[in-house]
Design a protein around this ligand. Structure first.
Ligand code: NAP
Length: 313
């Protein structure tokens, strides 16, 4: 099979594309022919060597793809459309996927849509429903509101009756205004922060370097839901200051919330329902051939994407 791989950690120059042996499945796995592969921030962290990657020679990056089951012990599964978001070696034409990690797609969700919303959508789902737990009429702020997680997270909150504000680059702000964000402020020039201090019940922060500003934006007894570092490592936080204002920081990693086949099924059904009911719409994904992996990594690292990047085998 063809795959995108690397032998040493480093810049996007380490990426190679070529022929590798097909995976061999055991009786707990199915073989998936990938249709669309999700490229995520974690793939950049892994390629640089700063994040867990499954040992393999050579390394094959990627944990998310949609596709068709082409081999399985249970023959009735062959031909089914599926998604997975937490299985290694996804940057390839074929992936051995444990049955437990398979998410079967309903007819209304296409292979392209599934890969566009999979990882970011399931992340938004646990951030909103397990951590944030905002009530209707709450006021929430979403950093990077026009990004992959940001777009879905904000629309989930809006659908649940929450008033949503956010930050974004000026040229992406319209995306969020179009789906119903109340106001979008600059993500790059933060002079507006003092004017909005203490106004929000929750702030969802996946940018990282903005963590102190996010703490400022919430009311006393409010919460920051910290979930990523798209712009870099967050600053050190003074917990005594947090305590004196009864503010909380919640954190979470998607993989801790996808702990069984049943969890994946319940959470993906909840996510797909928002899309089936037309409550969430996302921007068209940026498509790159799997052989153009370096260009796709550069595009993501340089912040050129609006929403999801997909690799096409
Ligand atoms: N905890 C989890 O389980 C989990 C799972 C998936 C993803 N994540 C994290 O979620 C975050 C978002 O991921 P994504 O897939 O949605 O990526 P994305 O589509 O690229 O969105 C990232 C957003 O961050 C903003 N950003 C980037 N650099 C910035 C800077 N220097 N200053 C301010 N804003 C900046 C960008 O907004 P503008 O360009 O509009 O400013 C962009 O919209 C990442 O940190 C990722 O690691 C966490």
């Amino acid at each position: 099979m063809k795959a995108l791989y690397f032998e040493t950690f480093g810049s996007s120059d380490v990426l190679k594309y070529g022929e590798l042996p097909d995976p061999v499945i055991n009786n707990q796995e199915v073989l998936v022919q990938t249709a669309y592969i999700g490229l995520n921030f974690a793939d950049i962290y892994r390629r640089r060597g700063g994040y867990h990657i499954e040992p393999n020679s050579p390394y094959i990056n990627g944990y998310e793809a949609s596709g068709i089951i082409i081999d399985a012990e249970a023959k009735h599964l062959i031909g089914k459309s599926v998604l997975f978001v937490d299985v290694p070696f996804a940057n390839a034409e074929k992936v051995a996927v444990p049955l437990e990690k398979i998410i079967f797609l309903p007819d209304e969700i296409s292979l392209k849509e599934a890969a566009t919303i999979g990882l970011q959508g399931l992340t938004a789902d646990f951030l909103v429903h397990d951590l944030g737990k905002n009530k209707p009429k709450d006021k929430a702020f979403v950093t990077g509101i026009s990004g992959g997680v940001g777009q879905i997270l904000a629309q989930m909150l809006i659908a649940d009756g929450v008033e949503v504000w956010g930050s974004s680059s000026a040229h992406k702000a319209q995306v969020a205004l179009d789906f119903g964000a109340k106001k979008v402020l600059s993500s790059r020039h933060l002079e507006w922060i003092p004017d909005y201090k203490g106004q929000f019940d929750s702030c969802y922060d996946g940018v990282g370097t903005t963590l102190k500003a996010s703490i400022d934006l919430i009311k006393n007894k409010g919460q920051v839901i910290f979930f990523g570092m798209a712009a870099g490592t967050p600053p050190a936080i003074d917990f005594i200051e947090l305590l004196s204002q009864s503010k909380s920081i919640l954190t979470g990693d998607l993989w801790d919330f996808l702990s069984s086949f049943e969890e994946r099924k319940v959470r993906s059904n909840r996510l797909f329902t928002y899309f089936k009911e037309g409550k969430i719409k996302v921007t068209e994904p940026h498509l790159f051939a799997l052989s153009e992996g370096k260009a796709a990594h550069d595009f993501l690292e340089n912040g050129k994407n609006v929403g999801k990047i997909l690799l096409k085998p």
